[in-house]
Design a protein around this ligand. Structure first.
Ligand SMILES: NC(=O)c1ccc[n+]([C@@H]2O[C@H](COP(=O)([O-])OP(=O)(O)OC[C@H]3O[C@@H](n4cnc5c(N)ncnc54)[C@H](O)[C@@H]3O)[C@@H](O)[C@H]2O)c1
Length: 425
């Protein structure tokens, strides 16, 4: 009896355990089934536009993918940057292609010295002479000139550059001398008036003495400033000028007048072959950013979105010649037999106010035009009489103002971008 009772208890316990196991198993199975049948909802996580990490607490697959893509993008960009740097450094190492240079025979090829050849006008003259096939030596102290202006010739067999101040004598053998070394814009020549006078007197004597010693022809770059604030209009070469000998511009005006005087003295006394170019306002690429004269002032003010400032009433006139026209004139004058001064300039005259409006239109900005105090001794009218140049050199300016100004505006736009990239203002 007792045995039967124990057996019953054991059986009951067994059934109860089996029941429990079944319940647990079923519950587990249901849970796992749910897990398999329900696909995890992967929300599409978009990267916030500000570049910060998505504000989603779930670390989902999409988020991980986004992180990987972002890292790959950063890696790719840095590899591209390194490759670009490499390309730049390799390009710098390769020889530069020079502009096309004509071949001249030994007899036809000249050795030509250009003083001030790293300056605005000088560097364009260097381009022309080398491309004609001549050998050019530049002498410059880099006061206002820049090595960048002639950088494209460095290493060329027909080009040489000497860093020297022409106030010191120079001993070289040359066939022709273009003597251009002198600051040309008022802020530059007024910066050190004594030095400006020395450059135009002692420097010119040194160049004339060199021409005498080696039998070279020499062209002196004089200026329309020898006419001062002229009383006759337009100005022919026969006009003696109206210059204030002690005014703020006299270091330049009188310096150039002495240059002409010296040239004539050397021609008369030592039979040196001299040419004298009286250059009027010239503009074009490679003008100095701080030139301070009207063309660069107006263009830079317009490009910088500033007020275009006109000195005084703006009725004073100027004529503007594009630099390549001047170079044609200089080369023609050197080749001619004409030994008296020759005006080289564009006779088309503009009032400064008209010019300001024109620049504003070409730059395409809406800058205001304002006026500021008139400058002391500022010439009121400037217009060359170019009858002699037309007759003796068969020369006259060809480049229309709009074409020349557009090239100059493009140049200043690039210079401005470059200076901003390099951290200048
Ligand atoms: N640009 C014009 O509108 C203009 C008008 C009239 C006359 N000019 C004459 O043309 C010539 C060139 O003018 P630019 O506009 O090219 O001027 P610029 O200032 O650009 O060039 C003059 C060059 O002469 C160099 N220089 C100055 N003093 C020197 C010295 N003591 N020794 C050696 N080098 C020296 C400068 O570094 C510069 O490279 C000047 O003689 C100037 O008087 C120019």
């Amino acid at each position: 009896m007792v045995l039967i009772w124990r057996l019953r208890v054991v059986l009951q316990l067994l059934c109860f355990s089996l029941l429990l196991i079944a319940i647990v198993f079923l519950a587990n199975g249901e849970f796992r089934g749910k897990e398999i049948s329900q696909k995890p909802v992967i929300k599409e996580i978009k990267a916030p536009v500000d570049g910060s990490e998505p504000k989603n607490d779930d670390i989902s697959k999409a988020y991980l993918r986004w992180k990987i893509d972002k890292k790959e993008l950063i890696d790719a960009k840095s590899r591209i940057y390194l490759l670009e740097q490499k390309v730049k450094s390799l390009e710098a190492k390769l020889p530069k292609p020079y502009p096309h240079v004509k071949f001249l025979s030994y007899r036809a090829k000249k050795r030509i010295l250009v003083t001030g050849g790293a300056g605005f006008v000088g560097s364009h003259l260097v381009d022309r002479l080398i491309m004609q096939g001549h050998e050019v030596i530049v002498v410059d102290n880099f006061f206002t000139g820049s090595k960048r202006n002639v950088d494209h010739w460095v290493g060329h067999e027909n080009f040489e550059i000497i860093h020297q101040d022409i106030v010191n004598p120079l001993y070289i053998e040359v066939d022709e001398i273009y003597h251009l070394a002198s600051p040309a814009s008022p802020p530059h020549y007024m910066y050190n008036p004594v030095k400006t006078i020395k450059t135009n007197t002692i420097g010119t004597i040194n160049m004339l003495a060199l021409a005498k010693r080696v039998g070279a022809k020499i062209l002196i770059a004089s200026t329309s400033e020898v006419y001062g604030d002229p009383e006759i209009h337009p100005q022919p070469e026969s006009y003696w000028g109206h210059v204030n000998p002690i005014g703020p511009r006299s270091c330049y005006d009188e310096g150039k007048r002495v240059s002409e005087s010296l040239a004539f003295a050397y021609a008369k006394h030592y039979h040196v072959a001299v040419r004298i170019a009286r250059i009027f306002n010239t503009y074009g690429p490679r003008m100095h950013m701080d030139d301070g004269r009207v063309v660069s002032n107006f263009i830079l003010q317009a490009l910088r979105n500033k007020t275009i400032t006109v000195y005084g009433h703006g009725n004073q006139t100027r004529s503007f010649q594009y630099v390549t026209d001047l170079i044609d004139g200089l080369v023609a004058l050197m080749a001619s037999n004409y030994t008296h001064p020759v005006n080289l300039g564009n006779p088309v005259e503009y009032s400064i106010m008209e010019f300001a409006v024109y620049i504003k239109k070409l730059v395409g900005r809406n800058n205001p035009i304002g006026s500021t105090e008139a400058v002391e001794d500022d010439p009121q009218r400037r217009k060359p009489d170019i009858t002699i140049a037309r007759k003796t050199l068969k020369w006259e300016p060809k480049v229309p103002l709009e074409e020349g100004l557009m090239k100059t505006i493009d140049y200043f736009r690039e210079e401005l971008a470059r200076s901003l990239n390099e951290g200048y203002t």
